[in-house]
Write a protein that binds this ligand. Structure first.
Ligand code: FNR
Length: 373
């Protein structure tokens, strides 16, 4: 059978994804005390059932104060592992691979969730489950106008956070996940260390490129103590801050070229989220693929550049990918090895079937749903 590239398997380390369509991590703001529950089972389960190659579970706090909101998922204590293990087992029963995105929200922590009724992007008060006095960042610089001003993380804070990433990875391994993704994007802690706009430190975690990327390197190394070599480790980065003086596409290529030495196997290319004055329009890429505000494939120019100039790392891309032909074209052009799809999957959990249909391929649904014969 003549399968389009997007429906062919892709193997990383010893983990094989049955196709190259990945459900992008998306916060559900549906946890109590960081625990997963039946919402997450059904949310993730629908994609496993309907053929996604890999599903990456949402930004998951490695510490309670590393959550974006009080309703975010967490993996900071052993008790949080058990239900995640059930979700993993269900995904595996459907032939899907499953990952989890480990995160620390940094200066964008302790906000209200979008549907809490308290206003999105506002600092959650202690009475409402927030931790407004314990928000940390690389420097005491406010990020989003409605979020808090963080306190500058001490070296001890940083070491504790690094250790927490390792412990969360140990739990992810115990739960049976196939992939761990480090959240290094969207203005959260690791991204805020990378960018000179948010990191004004004078110590070994600030200043030079090497120093600003030290936190990511230490986090990856700590994770690798618990996360076996044969399982892939991803990092999502914001390839550009889309702001003058900020992190940009060239920095991302430079970072991508050292990620393998950090123990990372794949770079997942997103962008933005650090500063409110970001201007997401077109200076990267050729005329046919101008990045523009949330248009189709706005991060493809970045992933393409990385994929074509760094050869020891795999590349994924996210953002505005919802057309089956276009998604496949990204892969055909070698602009990425995997495509991640977010909002289209929220609208349409049968996206993988749509891709199959677009290429006249029959998808193997579970026996329970197979009524065609
Ligand atoms: C997101 N996004 C996101 N990104 C991430 O790295 N971790 C996360 O937990 C979340 N959470 C999240 C929740 C919701 C409801 C949305 C819509 C988005 C960003 C997401 O993964 C993706 O990068 C963007 O939505 C762009 O891709 P699409 O939606 O254009 O395919």
């Amino acid at each position: 059978k003549n399968l389009p590239l997007i429906l062919t398997p892709f193997k990383l380390q010893s983990v094989e994804f049955k196709n190259r369509i990945v459900v992008s991590p998306m916060c559900q703001y549906s946890s109590v005390d960081g625990f997963a529950n039946s919402w997450h089972m059904v949310h993730v389960g629908q994609y496993a059932l309907r053929g996604a190659g890999l599903i990456i579970m949402e930004a998951t706090g490695v510490q309670p104060n590393g959550r974006i909101t009080p309703d975010c998922l967490g993996l900071w204590k052993d008790e949080q592992t058990a239900y995640l293990k059930e979700i993993v087992e269900y995904a595996h029963s459907q032939g899907a691979k499953i990952g989890i995105q480990l995160a620390h929200a940094g200066r964008k922590a302790s906000c209200y969730s979008p549907f809490s009724g308290n206003g999105w992007d506002k600092l959650a008060t202690t009475e409402n489950g927030g931790w407004p006095d314990n928000v940390v960042g690389p420097s005491a610089i406010q990020g989003w106008p409605t979020a808090g001003t963080p306190r500058e993380a001490s070296v001890k804070d940083i070491k504790d956070i690094v250790l927490s990433f390792g412990q969360a990875a140990r739990r992810a391994q115990e739960a049976g996940f196939d992939v761990v993704e480090i959240h290094g994007a969207h203005g959260y802690l690791i991204h805020s260390f990378l960018s000179p706009l948010s990191n004004h430190r004078n110590d070994e975690y600030g200043g030079s490129f090497e120093n600003r990327s030290r936190l990511l390197r230490e986090v990856a190394a700590e994770i690798r103590k618990y996360w076996p070599e044969e399982k892939p480790l991803f990092v999502r980065i914001s390839c550009s801050d889309w702001a003058d003086g900020g992190w940009n596409g060239d920095d991302s290529v430079k970072l991508a070229s050292v990620l393998k030495s950090f123990g990372i196997d794949l770079v997942d290319c997103s962008s933005a989220g650090l500063v409110p004055h970001q201007k997401m329009h077109g200076t990267v890429g050729g005329p046919s693929e101008k990045a523009h505000d949330h248009g189709p494939g706005w991060n493809v120019p970045f992933s393409d550049k990385i994929a074509k100039s760094v050869h020891d790392i795999s590349v994924a891309v996210v953002g505005g990918i919802q057309d089956p032909q276009y998604a496949n074209t990204i892969l055909e052009r070698k602009s990425a090895h995997l495509v991640l799809v977010g909002r289209e999957f929220l609208r349409n959990p049968t996206f993988v079937a749509d891709v199959a249909k677009a290429f006249n391929v029959e998808l193997n649904y579970p026996l329970q749903y197979n009524r065609s014969k």
